[in-house]
Design a protein around this ligand. Structure first.
Ligand SMILES: *[C@@H]1O[C@H](CO)[C@@H](O)[C@H](O)[C@H]1NC(C)=O
Ligand SMILES: *[C@@H]1O[C@H](CO)[C@@H](O)[C@H](O)[C@H]1NC(C)=O
Ligand SMILES: *[C@@H]1O[C@H](CO)[C@@H](O)[C@H](O)[C@H]1NC(C)=O
Ligand SMILES: *[C@@H]1O[C@H](CO)[C@@H](O)[C@H](O)[C@H]1NC(C)=O
Ligand SMILES: *[C@@H]1O[C@H](CO)[C@@H](O)[C@H](O)[C@H]1NC(C)=O
Ligand SMILES: *[C@@H]1O[C@H](CO)[C@@H](O)[C@H](O)[C@H]1NC(C)=O
Ligand SMILES: *[C@@H]1O[C@H](CO)[C@@H](O)[C@H](O)[C@H]1NC(C)=O
Length: 307
């Protein structure tokens, strides 16, 4: 990779995002005092997203657009975008989210002068459920200000550091190492944030958390009739993804548990072992219930494992 003066590469996977993509991209273009590139992956959209992006690309040279022939899902697109990028840091932004104001990226880079691998900032958002829009506050906590490779993966798996890939500036080198570790381009629907975060926290060595609120987040209500669960193939895929994510998680954490075992309490170890087993009983029970309630399949050996 040639030497680049790009500070931050912003990666935006976009699937049928015609109503939001312009303001998402503009919120990045308008960032002040910083060299950015914007990499948008049009993930097989069947609406007007492609045209809107073509127009933006023709107008602004910082925007690169890649069109996927098929819908590959965000897990694949985020990795694809990182492969195309050249910035010092990566920011993953969703096509219906935005940066809150024009100084967010500059402020974040100047807040921290010791070059962390991960700079975590905060989000505030709205939840959209049909016509009802309500303000939501940020999830997770802000207790962890710094962490290093002796404790950061543990803090992540204990939920002390939030799991979302959003709101994290991640050094490109670190992200590339994580992708290498993943060595897997399957397109997860379920668990993609978790898997990417675990891989990234497995290879990073210095984390910095800030209370800076810079990310506008849109949460859409995911109902049983929503896109993820609308047909049998998607339901099966969600379940399969769950198990793929679990297998990947197992692989990373099993290696890491050995190295941190001496520094954690019995309770923490139990939590971690549950996590290694990807024992998110609640989530899998919910998916299995939907799958059975709808009489789509009477038996699933994978779901039976969880009874
Ligand atoms: C995109 O957003 C910018 C800035 O908000 C606005 O000036 C422009 O008219 C928008 N373009 C379209 C096609 O909506
Ligand atoms: C990203 O690059 C790595 C290393 O070259 C490659 O193995 C992987 O398949 C690429 N992933 C995508 C989604 O392009
Ligand atoms: C982010 O959200 C805040 C408050 O909800 C709003 O004032 C601001 O305009 C939003 N920023 C963008 C770029 O949409
Ligand atoms: C959300 O909060 C902002 C200020 O924090 C306020 O202006 C806005 O009206 C609120 N919106 C809703 C839907 O409650
Ligand atoms: C890593 O963090 C731990 C816990 O805060 C601290 O005790 C240790 O000195 C740090 N190690 C390095 C190399 O900074
Ligand atoms: C990635 O996985 C494939 C098959 O699982 C294996 O053949 C290949 O050597 C792996 N590559 C790396 C870089 O680990
Ligand atoms: C999953 O965790 C729950 C609660 O901690 C525990 O009761 C259950 O035995 C665990 N299941 C597996 C398969 O480890």
């Amino acid at each position: 990779m040639a030497i680049s003066n790009i500070d931050i590469s912003v990666i935006i996977p976009a699937y049928n995002a015609q109503n939001t993509i312009n303001s998402t991209v503009m919120s990045v273009l308008l960032q002040k005092s910083i060299n950015i590139e914007i990499i948008v992956i049009n993930d097989g959209s069947v609406d007007n997203t492609k045209n809107i992006l073509e127009n933006l690309h023709n107008k602004y040279k910082q925007i690169q657009v890649f069109n996927m022939d098929l819908n590959m899902g965000p897990f694949y697109c985020r990795q694809f975008g990182v492969n195309q990028s050249s910035g010092k840091y990566i920011l993953q932004l969703d096509a219906d989210d935005s940066l809150r104001h024009q100084n967010v990226l500059y402020d974040l880079l100047t807040l921290t002068n010791d070059s962390p691998d991960i700079i975590h900032f905060w989000h505030q958002g709205v939840k959209i459920n049909g016509n009802i829009i309500e303000n939501i506050s940020a999830w997770g906590n802000l207790n962890v200000k710094t962490a290093n490779n002796s404790n950061m993966l543990r803090l992540l798996v204990q939920g002390q550091i939030h799991w979302l890939i959003h709101g994290k500036l991640i050094k490109r080198d670190t992200f590339v190492k994580a992708i290498h570790l993943l060595n897997d381009s399957r397109h997860l629907i379920y668990g993609d944030d978790e898997v990417l975060c675990i891989a990234i926290f497995s290879v990073a060595s210095y984390y910095k958390g800030t209370a800076y609120v810079g990310y506008n987040f849109t949460q859409k209500e995911e109902s049983v009739t929503g896109s993820k669960y609308s047909n049998i193939n998607n339901i099966i895929k969600v379940i399969e993804d769950y198990f793929s994510a679990r297998d990947l998680t197992q692989r990373f954490l099993t290696e890491r548990l050995f190295t941190i075992r001496n520094s954690i309490t019995q309770d923490q170890e139990t939590n971690l072992e549950n996590l290694i087993k990807f024992n998110d009983t609640l989530a899998i029970t919910k998916v299995c219930q939907m799958y059975e309630e709808r009489g789509l399949l009477t038996k699933s050996s994978k779901c039976d494992l969880y009874k």
